[in-house]
Design a protein around this ligand. Structure first.
Ligand SMILES: C[S@@+](CC[C@H](N)C(=O)[O-])C[C@H]1O[C@@H](n2cnc3c(N)ncnc32)[C@H](O)[C@@H]1O
Length: 266
C-alpha cells in the first residue's frame, strides 16, 4: 500500500517541501553538523536510483529528488532509507512550482534525467526543458549553477536545444552519446532500461548567461517537427513514448511512397 510505504520511509520524505525555501542546506544537515555546501535537485527523479547514487558520490552536497507521482517518491524514499545516506531526501512536488520551493541562488545543479517528453503540441507545456521552465530555473540557480539534461529522445533533445539560447543559457557540454563519453556517471532507472534496449543518451550541461530581455517562444512545439525525414535513424531504437508516432510515419511513408510528413499532426 502506498500509505504504508510512505509511512515506513517517512524519514527520507519531506512532505511539506514548500515550507523550506531558503533553508534546505541548514535544515537538512545532520544534527550538530555543518550546513551542506551545495543543494542539488533531481527533478522528475522517478524511483530515485540516480539521486541516491549521486548523493553517495558527493557527501558534502544535499541531494533532493522531486517527483509529481507519490508512488515514485515512496519507492525513492525506500532506496534512500536502504542507503542510510544522510544527504539525500525525496519530496513530492512539481517542477512547475520550483520558484516556490527554493530561494534565488539556492541550487547548484538541476538534473533532468529522461524527462517526460510530452510529444504533442497540446501537452508541450508539461515539458521540463521549456523556455518557461529554464527561466524559472535561472532564478533558483546559484552563480555558475547548471541544468544537466539526459534523454534517449533525439526529437526532445533537438527541441530542448532550441530553448537554451531563448532562455539566455550557454552550453558547456553536449553529447549524442553521453554514456560513451562519460561512462562512470551515475545511471537512472530509465537510462539503465532504455540503454539495454539500444538507446544512446543525448545530454547537455547548460549554464545561465545574461538574462534575455524579452524571452519569446519561437520553436516548433510538436516533437514531430524534430523527427528527421530519414526514419532509418530509428531502425535500431525509437525514443520512449514516440514508438507509435514513428510507426505511423513509417506506415504513411510506405503508403505515400516516401513523403511521411503529409497529414501527420501530433
Ligand atoms: C520518464 S520518467 C524518468 C524518471 C527518472 N528521472 C529516470 O531517469 O529514471 C519521468 C519522471 O518525471 C516525473 N514528472 C513528470 N512531470 C513532472 C513534473 N512537472 N514535476 C515533477 N516530476 C515530473 C514523472 O512522474 C516520472 O517519474
Amino acid at each position: 500500500m502506498l500509505e504504508e510505504r510512505i509511512e515506513r520511509y517517512r524519514d527520507y520524505i519531506e512532505a511539506d517541501p514548500y515550507s523550506w525555501a531558503g533553508r534546505w542546506a541548514e535544515a537538512c544537515a545532520p544534527a550538530g553538523g555543518e550546513a551542506f555546501h551545495e543543494v542539488r535537485l533531481d527533478l522528475g527523479c522517478g524511483k530515485g536510483s540516480f539521486t541516491v547514487e549521486a548523493a553517495r558520490r558527493e557527501p558534502d552536497a544535499l541531494f533532493l529528488g522531486m517527483d509529481s507521482e507519490p508512488i515514485c517518491i515512496a519507492y525513492a524514499a525506500q532506496r534512500g532509507f536502504e542507503s542510510g545516506l544522510p544527504n539525500v531526501i525525496f519530496v513530492p512536488g512539481t517542477g512547475m512550482r520550483i520558484r516556490e520551493m527554493f530561494n534565488p541562488g539556492e541550487l547548484g545543479v538541476i538534473y533532468l534525467n529522461f524527462p517526460t517528453p510530452f510529444p504533442r503540441k497540446k501537452d508541450s507545456k508539461g515539458r521540463l526543458v521549456n523556455l518557461e521552465r529554464l527561466m524559472d530555473y535561472r532564478r533558483v540557480l546559484c552563480d555558475g549553477g547548471e541544468v544537466r539534461l539526459r534523454t534517449d529522445s533525439q526529437p526532445l533533445f533537438d527541441f530542448a536545444l532550441t530553448q537554451v539560447p531563448l532562455a539566455g543559457y550557454e552550453l558547456t557540454w553536449q553529447s549524442r552519446d553521453a554514456r560513451g563519453e562519460r561512462p562512470r556517471d551515475p545511471m537512472s532507472e530509465y537510462e539503465e532500461r532504455l540503454g539495454a534496449q539500444g538507446a544512446l543518451v543525448n545530454a547537455y550541461i547548460a549554464v545561465p548567461g545574461p538574462p534575455p530581455s524579452n524571452p519569446v517562444q519561437t520553436a516548433e512545439m510538436s516533437l514531430s517537427a524534430y523527427i528527421p525525414d530519414d526514419l532509418s535513424s530509428f531502425d535500431a531504437y525509437a525514443p520512449h513514448g514516440m514508438q507509435g508516432t514513428i510507426q505511423n510515419l513509417r506506415n504513411r511513408a510506405a503508403k505515400d511512397g516516401g513523403d511521411w510528413s503529409r497529414g501527420i499532426t501530433l
